[in-house]
Each structure stands twice: as C-alpha cells, then as structure tokens.
Write a protein that binds this ligand. Structure first.
Ligand SMILES: Nc1nc2c(c(=O)[nH]1)N[C@H]1C(S)=C(S)[C@@H](COP(=O)(O)OP(=O)(O)OC[C@H]3O[C@@H](n4cnc5c(=O)[nH]c(N)nc54)[C@H](O)[C@@H]3O)O[C@H]1N2
Ligand SMILES: Nc1nc2c(c(=O)[nH]1)N[C@H]1C(S)=C(S)[C@@H](COP(=O)(O)OP(=O)(O)OC[C@H]3O[C@@H](n4cnc5c(=O)[nH]c(N)nc54)[C@H](O)[C@@H]3O)O[C@H]1N2
Ligand code: SF4
Ligand SMILES: [Mo]
Length: 802
C-alpha cells in the first residue's frame, strides 16, 4: 500500500517568514512541530496538530530559539593546549580538518597498540537529547571501529523496562494502549513532566473513565488526581509488587487460564537443582514426551509433557495444574520434590502481607488491596509504564521482575488496552551490530561483572569504565570518544569520573556546550541543535498512528558557526579511520536510503512531505497466540532459569536497597533521598535558557516542613545536604505531601550564571549542587549494574549566611 500523505497545514512561506513542519527532537515524546523561521533565524516552535504526536509543545520545545542561540554554545572545534588540571585549559580553535587528523591518528595508534577495545565510546541519552536523530551512526562507528565498550547510561535509564523485562515477557515493555485502557499504572514514571504526548493520551483516557494508579514517593503529575496514589518509600517498589501479587493470587483476582496456557507457571521445578524438570529425567517419562519437554501435572496427579512454547506436548490433552507439587522418581532412581513455578511464585509472594508491605513501603496496609482490586477490575485492559523511579536502585533487576510478573497476572499482555507491540514500519537497522565480531564482543569490560546485564550488548556502566581507566581492570582503556553523556553530572561519583577522565591518554567530546565532562577532554567538537539538521525518524511512539509515522525532518536553519550534526562527524571520522566501506564511502544519503529500503520510500518522497507520512499498518493484538514468547520456555516466565544460571534469583525477590533506613547501622543519615526530573530541564541541560531557568533559578532539596522544622530550617534557607559519600549546598523547599522521612533532590546542576540568574555551580565542589557527589559507584545492581541514584541516605542542616 502507498503511504498516506497527511493533512498538514500548508508550509507557509514568504520572503522573510517560513513555517516548516518538523518534530521536536529534545526528548522521548518527539512532539510533531512547526518550526518558524524569520529572516533566517528560528523564532518559534509550535505544535503540529496534523502530526500523531503534535498536539502540544512543552516549555522546553517552546524555548527552542533560546537553545539554538545560546551564547554558551561551542561553535568551533577546540583543542586543549594546557595540561588537564590546569585552571586554564588554553582552548585553541582549530579547523575540522586538523581535529579529524588528530583524532584519527591517535585512535588508530591506540587501536594498533592495544586493540580497538582500548578505545571506549560514550553516548548521551536518546530519551532526553536529540542525539536520537543520529545515535544509530554513533553505534555503527563503535561497532565498525571494533569497540565493545560503549557507555550509554542504559543501566540507569531504560535497561530494566526494555531489557530486564525480557526475562519475563521475552521482550521489553510494550506501548501502553492508552486509547483502550481501563486502568493505567504509572510506576516510578511521571509523564506529565517527562513525556508530553503520552500525558495527553492519559488525560484523554482518564476523561473517558480510565482509572489511574500512580506509584511515586512524590505527589507529582497524575498522582494529584489519581484514583490511587501509593506514596512508596524509595527503593521499596519490589515489596509492593509482590504484595499486590499475593493479594491477587489469594483473592483469585488473576487470569488463571492465561497463566495456565501462556506462562511457565504450570511447569514443574526440581527442588534439588532449581531447574525445570525435563521429561527425560523421569524414571517414567510421560507418554509421547520429547527429551527436552518440560513436565506439568494434570488434576489426577499424572505427569504431562509440555513442549517449549505450546500448551501441552500434543496441544490437546488434560489441562495442567497451575499450583501443584509432587514427589517424582528420577531415571537415576532417586525421588525428588517438584513444585510448579506458579506454586513457587505464590511462596515467593507469601511473606508480603499487607501489613508487611505497609512496614516496608511506608504506605497504608489497606492500599495493597485497593491496588490489587483496581488491577483486577480493569483486567485485561490494564496498561502500565515503569521507568526512572524504579530503575536507579541497587535492587532494580528484582524490582522489574516483581512488577512484570504482577502485570502478567492481569492477562493484559498484548491485549487491547494492555501493553501492545504496535506494528512498526519495516526498516533496516543501521547500527551495524554485525560489524562487531564475537571475539571483540567477548572483550567487553562489563562481562566479568554480569553476563546478563548491558555488557551482553557491549554496553558498560561508568563504574566499570573508571575501573578500566584507573585500575586497568580487566585491562586498560586508554581513550574515550564521547558524544554528549555528561558523566560528572548524571552518574554516581563525580570525583572519580573526573579523575578517570583526566587520566585518559586521549579524550574527544562532541557536544553543544563545554559541560564539566566535555571540559576534561583534549578536543571538543561542536554539534548543532536539532533545528539545524535533517533527521530521519521511522516510527514515533505512543499509538499505532505514531508508530506508523515516517518523517525526514528538514533543517530549519543552517548550522551556527562551524557546528555540525553528529552524523556528519561520524561519517567524516569513519572515512579518516579507514572505515569508509562500512559508511557508504562517506555518503550519508546512501545510508539513509539503506534504512528506508524495506519501506519502498525514497528520500525525495519524504522531502516532498516534510511533515511526515503514515505508513499504513494494522494493529495485531495477542500475537503470542501465533508466535509464543521469546523466552527459554517459550512462555511468560514467572520462574526464570536464565537468572538462576547466572546466580540471580529465578523468582522475583524483594531485596532492600544497599542504603536502607531499615538496616542502616549509622544513624547520622536518617533521611531517604531520591531524585526526579523537572518539566523545564533535561538532566544537566537547559538551565541556560532564561525562559526555563526562571521556573527554577536555583537547585533545591524538597522536604516535609516537619523534617525542616526539626532541623531549624525555614523555607528558602540555604542548606547543606550530606550523605556518607559527600555533601552539597541547596535551597530548602517545603512539600507537605512528602513522607517526613523522605526528601527529593534536583540533579544536573552545574551551569555558569546566565542573564538574571544566580552563580554557576561547581560540579566538583561541596559548595556546588551536584547530586552525583552524594552517591558512591561501589555498590550497584548485581545483574544490571544500576547505580543507587534514588535510594540514598542523607542528613540536612542549615547553612549560615547565604
Ligand atoms: N522534562 C524532562 N523530560 C524528560 C527527561 C528530562 O530530563 N527532563 N529525560 C528523559 C529521560 S532520559 C527519561 S529516562 C525519562 C524518565 O521519565 P520518568 O521516569 O517519568 O522520570 P523521573 O522524573 O526521573 O522519574 C519518575 C518518577 O519517579 C519517582 N521516584 C523517585 N524514586 C522512586 C522510587 O523509588 N520508586 C518509585 N515508584 N518512584 C520513584 C519520582 O518522584 C518521579 O516522579 O524522561 C525523559 N523526559
Ligand atoms: N541523580 C540522578 N541522576 C540521573 C538521573 C536521575 O533521575 N537522577 N537520570 C538518569 C537518566 S534517566 C539518564 S538518561 C542520564 C542522562 O545522562 P546524559 O545523557 O549525560 O544527559 P544530559 O545531561 O541531558 O545530556 C548529556 C549531554 O548531551 C549533550 N547533547 C545534547 N544534544 C546532543 C546531540 O544532539 N549530540 C551530542 N553529541 N550531544 C548532545 C548535552 O549538551 C549534554 O551535555 O542521567 C541519569 N542520571
Ligand atoms: S515534551 Fe517538550 S521537549 Fe519533549 S519532544 Fe515534546 S516539546 Fe520537545
Ligand atoms: Mo533516561
């Protein structure tokens, strides 16, 4: 079918004023937009109602001109001429030619001497920066160069929802089908401030009667008018999920037929090995069983063979029991106790009574039943999204497992109103995964820590990276090629980050500004904002209409100064590194055409429709009926043998965060601290835009007035916040909706003074406000490597003066 041209407002133009359809590249929402240019200057970004994500623009999108014409932007390649650590780096403007020559020469030498793995790459977040436009090319460069060490922060951002979720469902979390949901659960996710387009969809669903549950220590976003707001203690979410699951199981509020047919609940697990019983391990295998078949039990106690992914070995036959246990004779003569995975899951949930959940999570016991009831009443039209609130903890893997298995009970997987894998437009992946061979992949520095974590995709956490640079463990990383990624602000332990970056033989950073991280580089490359470059996007997010949308966003204006898109930098650099053959000999257009080939769309067609085209596709619900689940058992995994094989709990398990007020030996830090995003800033960005900065001129810690009074702190006072790791200065802001034992802290502060704003904040000083200084990177989630950015302990005291 040919793509459908949309009904866009005509691209207006006059000699001096042009309105160009586009989309805002700043965050995951990717709101369809109209870019207004007057006399060659970007003057506004407005919504584009004809675009499936274009209903509105947030304050950041509207601040586009301020971000483009930010006087702090780097507009020329810069070379450090004085040693690191010198107060004056002696930046010298150099040509792109000289910059590329230096980079190619140095990286080539290090690759020859130590192997490509001695060069690590870093990439800013595609969910909170427009690097999403070009991230495929940066990944391709790392793959083609041969580096298995890419730090993209996934472990503290999307890893759990997108990859840990695979251990339960065989895929990452799918898109909430907001339009048909009867209950929407926002779990550690606040789309009102972080994902405008989805927030609008939720508001519309709410209007038509959908219930909303918010699980958040803060009364933020939809929590204010939710049907249920669960004010959990930071880091305790796993206990809540297990408690809600226990309640649903006890009340019979779950989809038993769905679990019987599509989860591994009915499969028997051996008590001696913890592994699924295989038919050929039995003295008397069930009739017709294949060697690798799993085993379940029928109501009369006979063993039934269960082939991977299918309901029973033959399809027909008696129904397997969900909750059952039995002693069986093995081929080797011994008898062994076996219980179904479902029975073991029940046992894992059993300790989490409402009273226990109330103690652990600091919510009311009765709320557990309210939550379970809301899920049950709306099933299977229950959708959910869990994100940053539950992933930045040392227990994030198990929390994700607990949430995923709870949601499996509703039977909502890929059902209308549940989380649905909408049909994407067909396109080629250009990230070049195949360019990195198995031998290079095996050299990823993170693999020794966890084979199930991001390292299995060649991704590394900052803690592993600093160990490799500073301790040469497991080998030395000598150079870093950074595209954004402001380690000093957004990862734990800024001091260690700074020490490691300064210790590198060579560091090049491509960024828009001289962030504290980029300022430690040898060479800085100026990147342009999204309005200064073209961007291909195949598929937006949030609905079938959005997922079907294909757009080649035009550049609204020419790049300022000598700034350039990441894609251009990558293609030029690839040529100089002798990797041109993997980059269409430097022809970016050919690369883009490669992505589009399966769609049958040309760049010219897309250029003729700058607002985008709908590639018609129908939603298919419940695809598992045909395709099963991409898990080892071919079913939803309540019990995950893969986790067991790697030393992790096979059943969801609640583990206290590494720093816990319930077990803390040191009473010096009685408050639990967490963080959250602000609507008007992205991480360490955006403070330089006056229209955004005026909302929050200074960084703050938000605390309950009782907690403040007990410490002699008044609203607006300057305070010092201390953790066992470090201390920073902030303003105290009161919030009486918080638990008095919990505070939340704004993060990402470093910017120098802008017009009409306070002083800048030194990212490495205790007189600054960098949250990273409060958190150690020594204890991380054992599977994913996630850092405890959201479950720390602290104390707050007034600061005299200021
Ligand atoms: N304005 C803005 N939008 C953004 C970004 C941005 O920086 N600014 N960044 C983008 C990126 S990269 C991401 S990952 C997304 C993230 O999007 P969200 O996940 O919505 O972002 P956060 O505000 O970090 O966290 C969500 C909520 O988790 C709560 N929370 C804190 N600790 C806990 C806890 O222990 N348990 C629970 N249940 N909740 C907790 C916080 O109070 C917060 O309201 O946003 C994207 N959009
Ligand atoms: N305490 C605390 N820490 C957190 C979080 C939290 O909630 N609390 N959230 C975590 C999360 S979810 C994430 S994703 C990370 C984000 O961590 P980072 O990705 O480091 O986030 P930013 O500071 O937004 O952006 C990094 C840099 O990218 C640059 N940049 C912007 N656009 C482009 C571009 O197009 N190309 C290039 N080359 N550079 C660009 C920006 O100028 C900025 O310097 O932070 C994590 N850190
Ligand atoms: S929510 Fe705001 S910043 Fe994000 S894409 Fe939309 S307009 Fe841009
Ligand atoms: Mo993120």
């Amino acid at each position: 079918m040919p793509p459908t041209p949309p009904d866009h407002p005509p691209a207006e133009s006059s000699a001096s004023r042009r309105v160009i359809p586009g989309f805002c590249g700043l965050c995951k929402s990717r709101c369809g937009s109209r870019m207004v240019v007057e006399d060659g200057r970007l003057v506004a970004q407005l919504p584009d109602p004809a675009h499936p994500t274009g209903r509105a623009q947030c304050v950041k999108g509207r601040a586009a001109p301020e971000l483009v014409y930010d006087p702090q932007r780097v507009l020329h390649p810069l070379l450090r001429t004085r040693p690191k650590g010198d107060a004056d780096p002696g930046w010298r403007e150099i040509s792109w030619d000289e910059a590329f020559d230096r980079i190619a020469r140095t990286l080539g030498r290090i690759r020859d001497e130590s192997g490509a793995e001695a060069v690590a790459f870093a990439i800013a977040t595609p969910s909170g920066t427009p690097i999403a436009d070009d991230v495929r090319w940066i990944e391709r460069l790392a793959n083609a160069f041969g580096s298995p060490n890419v730090a993209n922060g996934t472990e503290i951002c999307n890893w759990h929802k997108d990859f840990t979720h695979q251990h339960t469902f065989g895929r990452g979390i799918a898109t909430p089908d907001f339009a048909h949901s009867r209950c929407i659960v926002l779990w550690g996710h606040n789309p009102r401030d972080t994902w405008l387009n989805n927030a609008l969809s939720i508001a519309a669903a709410r209007k038509r009667g959908a219930r909303v549950v918010v699980i958040d220590p803060r009364k933020a976003g939809f929590a204010a008018d939710a049907d249920l707001w669960l004010r959990v203690r930071p880091g305790s979410d796993g206990a809540l999920a297990l408690g809600a699951a226990r309640m649903m199981l006890a009340r019979g509020w779950f989809d038993a037929a769905f679990l019987r047919d599509f989860s591994n609940g009915p499969l028997l697990v051996r008590s001696d090995t913890g592994r699924f019983l295989r038919a050929d391990e039995l003295a008397l295998p069930p009739a017709g069983a294949g060697a690798d078949d799993f085993v379940s039990l029928s109501a009369n106690g006979t063993a039934i063979a269960c082939r991977r992914g299918t309901r029973t070995a033959g399809g027909a036959g008696p129904d397997p029991l969900l909750a059952a246990g039995i002693e069986l004779e093995l081929a080797e003569g011994r008898r062994v106790r076996c219980d179904t995975a479902h029975a073991l899951f029940e046992q894992a949930c059993a300790p989490y009574t409402p009273e226990r959940v109330a103690e652990l999570c600091w919510i009311e016991a009765g709320q557990v039943e309210q939550f379970a009831r809301l899920l049950h009443e709306a099933s299977p039209a229950v959708s959910y999204y869990c994100w940053a609130g539950v992933c930045q903890h040392t227990n994030a893997t198990q929390t994700d497992r607990a949430i995923a298995t709870l949601m499996a009970l509703t039977g909502s997987f890929d059902a209308p109103g549940g989380n649905v894998a909408f049909t994407p437009p067909p396109a080629n992946d250009a990230s070049g995964k195949a360019l990195l061979g198995a031998a290079q992949r095996a050299r990823c520095i993170g693999l020794a820590r966890s084979r199930l974590g991001p390292a299995r995709l060649g991704l590394v956490g900052s803690d592993a990276l600093w160990d490799a640079i500073l301790e040469r463990e497991p080998y030395a990383i000598r150079a870093l090629v950074g595209f954004g990624r402001d380690f000093l602000l957004n990862h734990a332990d800024a001091e260690r980050a700074a020490k490691a970056l300064a210790a590198l033989e060579f560091c090049v950073y491509a960024d828009l500004t001289l962030t504290p991280t980029a300022a430690l580089a040898d060479l800085v490359l100026p990147i342009c904002t999204p309005w200064e470059r073209e961007a291909l996007r195949v598929g937006f997010e949030g609905s079938q209409a959005a997922e079907s949308w294909v757009q080649l966003r035009p550049a609204a204006i020419a790049p300022l100064g000598e700034s350039r898109p990441d894609a251009w930098v990558v293609f030029e650099l690839a040529q100089r590194l002798g990797l041109g053959e993997h980059f269409w000999d430097g022809d970016l257009e050919a690369g883009l055409a490669h992505i589009l080939a399966p769609l049958g769309l040309s760049l010219d067609e897309l250029r003729a429709h700058p607002g985008g085209l709908a590639h018609p596709a129908a939603t298919r619900y419940r695809k598992y009926l045909d395709e099963g689940f991409d898990t080892p058992t071919g079913r939803i995994e309540l019990y995950a043998e893969t986790l067991l094989a790697h030393g992790a709990a096979p059943l969801p398990d609640f583990v206290e965060p590494a720093d816990s007020p319930l077990t803390a030996a040191d009473a010096a830090f009685p408050l639990v601290m967490t963080t959250a995003k602000l609507r008007h800033f992205r991480h360490g960005q955006d403070r330089q835009a006056p229209s955004l900065r005026r909302h929050t001129p200074e960084p703050a810690v938000h605390l309950h007035p009782d907690a403040a009074r007990a410490r002699g702190i008044a609203e607006g006072d300057a305070v010092r916040l201390r953790s066992a790791h470090g201390s920073i200065r902030l303003r105290a802001r009161f919030d009486d909706t918080l638990d008095a034992r919990v505070v939340w802290v704004e993060y990402g502060w470093w910017q120098p003074a802008g017009p009409g704003t306070a002083d800048g904040y030194d990212a490495l000083s205790e007189d600054g406000a960098n949250y990273s200084r409060l958190v150690s990177d020594h204890r991380v989630d054992p599977v994913s490597g996630s850092q405890p950015l959201r479950s720390g302990l602290c104390e707050i005291e007034p600061v005299l003066g200021r």
